[in-house]
Design a protein around this ligand. Sequence first.
Ligand SMILES: *Cc1c(COP(=O)(O)O)cnc(C)c1O
Length: 394
Amino acid sequence: MSKNNTMNNLQISTKCIQLGRNSNDQYGFVNAPVYRGSTVIYNTLYDIENRNMKFNYGTSGTPTIENLENAWTELTGAAGTVLAPSGLGAVALALFATTKAGDHILMPDCAYRPSRNFCHDYLEKYGITVEYYDPLIGVDIEKLIKQNTSTIFLESPGSQSFEVQDVPGIVSIAKKYNIKTIIDNTWATPLYFRAHDFGVDISVEAGTKYLGGHSDLLLGMVSANQSTWPALRKAYDGMAMLPGAEDCFLALRGLRTMPLRVKESEKRGLEIAHWLKDRSEVTRVLHPAFPECPGHEYWKRDFKGSTGLFSIILSNEFSKKGLASMLDNFSVFGMGFSWGGFESLIIPFDCSDYRTATKWKPGGLALRLQIGLENLDDIKNDLDEGFKRLRINS
Ligand SMILES: *Cc1c(COP(=O)(O)O)cnc(C)c1O
């Protein structure tokens, strides 16, 4: 928007409406057009020798990309943002920006599994030592710091298992040793957790989830504070892994309704989580807003809200055969990865085969649910029927 000087006083939901567009530059139209492009034409020898254009070539950005980058920078309170073609691409970009051969990095044991794979398959290949830590370690992370530790990665809450981390505690230790911190903040979004306000250097979000919000795009955002921004921008310019223009346009469209959708997901997630808590088939609800969730006290202290993704642990009386009957025959829930769209999803998961710093022993089968925008009674009836199948076939 043109009236950027008044932006600071506005609430975040108003900012989501106003950021990344400027009707005065768009013949009055509300939405910005999609710029596609590789080549930029320079008018004079002076201009081309001095790269004297706002955009120099498609890899360094377009107005469409810049609209989304600037909007995200404002929402996250960062110094700058770069985009990636997926959330995983954003994680990789962040780690490239803060690491080099010979470094030691600390990864939480609850990290999104493809992030772990990236560390194992690529960072280790380039001579970086990757050590996993208990996500609930808090300030005791100090004991794991080595002379060559360059980066502490956080993911809060953890993928699938939902441990909430003591972000300010870990950041205070990192700062003491001049170590960079990166957080995967996909679950909370900047609406409910502004990582840079807690001193985190780089915040990564998968735009595939709540920003896109319609299960029709892949995108990642990486934002950095002032001290880390030059290194992040350099890593981005070095690789030129950028999203397509259409996906940025869809993300800007998603931005307009994101606060509404996230708030509704929170309400629905809580309602279904409480409903599930009362079921005899369920022994535990792993939802950051529930006291039984590991790290709940940090969620209460640091987060402004919760979103529509959480997990449950089933009583150990149920069999895989019962689970198959439950999951194979839902009429509302779909079985699929990703989340943050309009539709309800459910997946089985088991962290025990890849965790290395902690043991995953939930005492029963584990399911992750994303609550969509369907009628809540339909959702409950679908789950109720599923539990009946689980019982009969176990
Ligand atoms: C989905 C997800 C990602 C990756 O996003 P993609 O766009 O699917 O690559 C990263 N981190 C978390 C926590 C996620 O849930």
